[in-house]
Design a protein around this ligand. Sequence first.
Ligand code: C2E
Ligand code: MG
Ligand code: MG
Length: 585
Amino acid sequence: MIADPNEKPRNGIGVDDLPDGKPSARELLLAASVFHHSPQGIMITDAERRIRMVNAAFTQITGWREAEVLGRRDAMLSAGRDDPGLGKQMQSALDADGIWVGELWSRRRDGEVFPENRTVVAVHDEAGHLQHYFSMFTDISAEKFAAERIHRLAHFDATTELPNRVLLQDRLLHTINQAARVNGKLALLFLDLDGFKLINDTYGHSAGDEVLRLVGKRLLSRLRKADIVARIGGDEFAVVLSDVAQDSDVQITCDQLLQVITEPYELSGNLSSVTTSVGIAMFPDDGRDVPTLLKHADAAMYQAKEAGKNRYAFYEPEMNRRAEARLALSRKLRGALEKNQFSLCYQPQFDLSSGRLVGVEALLRWQDDDGEQVPPSLFIPVAEECGLIMALGAWVLNEACRQAQQWCEQGLAFGRLSVNVSGRQFQDEGLADTVAAALAASGLASDRLELEITESWVMEGPYRAENQMHRLNEMGVTLVIDDFGLANSSMAYLKRFPVQKLKIDNSFIRDIPADTDDSAIVSAIIAMGHSLGLRVLAEGVETAEQSAFLRATGCDEVQGYLFGRPVRHDEMNVLLLYSPTLSSS
Ligand code: C2E
Ligand code: MG
Ligand code: MG
């Protein structure tokens, strides 16, 4: 087929597009002025894409002057960052429609890369032959970077530059869909750092941020490219392991993650450490959607913390029931103080060598709305979690001091009053004031009061705890480490802390003397306590054999069902009237 020279070109702009085929001089002048003054960069090339003409805005945007670019191909502007297929796409659009509009990455004369919005038009002559390409472009870096910044702020954590919770949920959904398509498995890991608060308190927030950044890097260093690491809260991270073959793969990865987090962190010249507790929920076994997996990984993480931290736990349905029970409990707890549902019991403590009563421990009791007794091992952790422990702890101090002072006024000898104090109270700067207020209000002498703090809490925040301990000691209050032996106390701390007594945790007492390991541990704690100048009390003594063993190993004091169960204040009144001794109890 022979082409008709009068036929309008198939595409692009042809000379026939002009009203009478030829532009007038006025029109040409107008076009030249538009070309020159256009705020858009304009570049005209020949059919081989060699640059023939550029305008002032071109020079302003790219930094290239006309003389430097004439005769060169327009590809010289490319930053080489576009999708490989883009050039072909552009050409076929130009061939088919005569126009292409899109975004390109270009490079300025000084090397800087910038995004531009470009329109390219193919220009044909009267015969329909391709003559020129006419390109107009705008530098869109400002808009693009602003949009990117907004996207980053909304989807990434500024400190660690890791995806945030929003993006995690997005990516998790995507990974779930992929896994579902191939009947695959994936694991969602919830990580919560143990002892991070201590780093923030001790070294300041910028050191804390540094630890978070390092944790993020270390996690990434142990994972595959396809896995996801996100920071989803203060000291909480999440990891998605895609394409999991079996649970044991997850275990191996978790072991590596625990290990890499434990390695020391250098903070302004000091070596510091944190550990992490990990909860694991598997798709599809533990949940098929994002909210369920998140909830179950969180419940499993809570169990890992409960079980002693620095470990991982796989989700089990039982955990969910427990999490729901905790929530229900915290709702009930909130009104309990106002409703006067709390009371105190007292359990006697005896000196093993003299047999004399040396103290009573106040133990909190809660009777809930339904008249049920809820054990403190259940509600104290919930009260700690929801913050109620501060008010509740203050109530216990006031009530115990008041009741003990009553005994003093009745001339009943009870030795010392021992009150359990939660670690949360210890970490609050106001504890010494609360204690002073309870003593002042009741009139109880400060040397009659002893505070028990569990070992794990002391080790969680040793510096803060130390401050409080000194203040309390100066007031004349005695300090005891409760549940000793369960956590990894550092000897250095024990020596440094102003404590006067250790209470061996009852789990070590239960099987003595038959269990040789426990017997050895108990003897060692007693010897170590004595070498540090501390008195040692064994709690949970239930049998005469246990008592005999403790006496033989030099334990100073005992407490347990064998000598007296916790009883109400009025019952204790009666007991005290008879000045109980070990032999009489
Ligand atoms: P704890 O301070 O170690 O208290 C000793 C626990 O052992 C008490 O349990 C006590 O009743 C129990 N016990 C005493 N003798 C024996 C025995 O011979 N055998 C056995 N098996 N157990 C014995 P309780 O009253 O259920 O308290 C549990 C924990 O709750 C306490 O452990 C303490 O950590 C916490 N707690 C109790 N009252 C308070 C309080 O007022 N404030 C705080 N923060 N915690 C409290
Ligand atoms: Mg105690
Ligand atoms: Mg204890």
